[in-house]
Design a protein. Structure first.
Length: 303
C-alpha cells in the first residue's frame, strides 16, 4: 500500500507532470523558435496542476478502497476456511456417531442400559452442534445484511432471563447455583447481538463450572459504559490459555468440566461483535479461582 501511495501521491504526480510538461514545451519552443515563450510556459504549468492533482487524488482513494476490500476478502476467506474445518469436525462427526448409534439400536446390539448411556452422551454432543449452528446462522446473517447493527432500547432483564431459561437444563444437570443481581437496567444497543453475547458467555460459565458451583450475572454502569458481568466459581483460565482466547485470529477451545464440547467460534465472534460497536470484553481469571467476564458496551441515547 505504501508503494501505491508513493506512486499516486497527488503532489508527486503533479510535480512529475509539471516537469514533463515544461520540458516538452521548452523543447518545442526551442526547436520551432516560438515567440511568446512566457505565456506558453505559464499554460504548460497550469494545465498539469489543474488536471493531475484531482485525478491523482481520485486514483489514490480508489486504490485505497480496493486495497481495503482485498483485506476484507482475505479475512472472510480465512474465516470461511476455519468454518469449513469446524463444520467438518463438529457437525459431521456427531452425525456419523448418531447414525452408528441408530444402527446399533435397530440391530439390537446394545442392552437398554448401554443404549441409555450412549444416548445421553450423544445428546450432549448434539446440543453442542445445535448451539454452534445457531451461532453460525446468526454470524452468517450479520455478514450478509447491510445494516448489521440495529440499536433498540430494551431491558437487560428480559434478555438475561431468556438466556438463563434456555440453558436451565444444563445448569440443573450440574447443580449450579445461579444468582441474578441488579439486571433491570435499560440499554440502547443491538438486542440480538446482546443476547448472543450473554448466551455465549453464560454458556461458557456453565461449561467450566463444576457440579455444585455458582454463577452470578449482574449489570452496572461505569464511565459511560453499560457493563454486564458474568462471574463463575469454575476451574479458571491460565495466563497462556487466556492469551490464546483473546487472540482474535485464533479459535481456542477446551472440554468443559463434564467433557462438554466447544468450537471456539462463540468467544471469537463475541469479540468481533463488540469491536463493531466500540465495545470491549474483559476477562479476569486464574487457574482454580474462577472467571469474571465483563461485557462493556458504550452508553448511547435513543435520541
Amino acid at each position: 500500500m505504501k508503494k501505491i501511495d508513493r506512486l499516486y501521491n497527488p503532489f508527486f504526480v503533479t510535480l512529475f507532470s509539471l516537469i514533463v510538461s515544461l520540458a516538452i514545451y521548452s523543447l518545442i519552443a526551442f526547436s520551432f523558435k516560438l515567440e511568446d515563450v512566457v505565456i506558453g510556459l505559464i499554460i504548460s504549468a497550469i494545465i498539469p496542476i489543474a488536471v493531475a492533482f484531482p485525478v491523482s487524488t481520485v486514483m489514490i482513494k480508489y486504490h485505497k478502497k480496493i486495497h481495503a476490500q482485498k483485506i476484507k476478502l482475505a479475512e472472510l476467506d480465512s474465516i470461511n476456511k476455519k468454518l469449513f474445518s469446524i463444520i467438518a469436525h463438529d457437525i459431521k462427526n456427531p452425525i456419523h456417531t448418531l447414525k452408528g448409534m441408530v444402527d446399533l439400536l435397530t440391530g439390537n446390539h446394545l442392552s437398554i442400559d448401554e443404549a441409555k448411556e450412549h444416548l445421553v452422551s450423544l445428546s450432549k454432543r448434539l446440543d453442542s452442534v445445535l448451539n454452534f449452528l445457531e451461532e453460525l446462522l446468526d454470524w452468517s446473517k450479520r455478514q450478509t445484511q447491510k445494516d448489521t447493527v440495529v440499536h433498540l432500547l430494551f431491558n437487560c432483564e428480559e434478555v438475561i432471563h431468556s438466556v438463563t431459561n434456555l440453558l436451565d437444563k444444563e445448569r440443573v444437570q450440574k447443580s449450579i447455583h445461579l444468582t441474578l443481581e441488579n439486571i433491570k437496567q435499560t440499554i440502547f444497543t443491538d438486542k440480538d447481538m446482546y443476547a448472543f453475547l450473554v448466551r455465549n458467555l453464560y454458556s461458557n460459565a456453565l461449561k467450566f463450572t463444576p457440579e455444585n458451583g455458582s454463577i452470578k450475572i449482574s449489570t452496572a454502569t461505569k464511565k459511560n459504559q453499560h457493563l454486564t458481568i458474568i462471574e463463575d466459581s469454575g476451574v479458571g483460565i491460565s495466563k497462556e490459555d487466556l492469551d490464546k482466547i483473546l487472540d482474535k485470529n485464533k479459535w481456542f477451545t477446551q472440554k468443559g468440566t463434564s467433557n462438554e464440547l466447544g468450537t471456539g467460534f462463540g468467544i471469537n465472534t463475541c469479540m468481533n461483535y463488540l469491536q463493531g460497536i466500540n465495545g470491549e470484553l474483559f476477562i479476569e481469571s486464574s487457574l482454580g479461582n474462577g472467571t469474571k467476564i465483563t461485557i462493556a458496551i458504550p452508553q448511547k441515547s435513543p435520541n
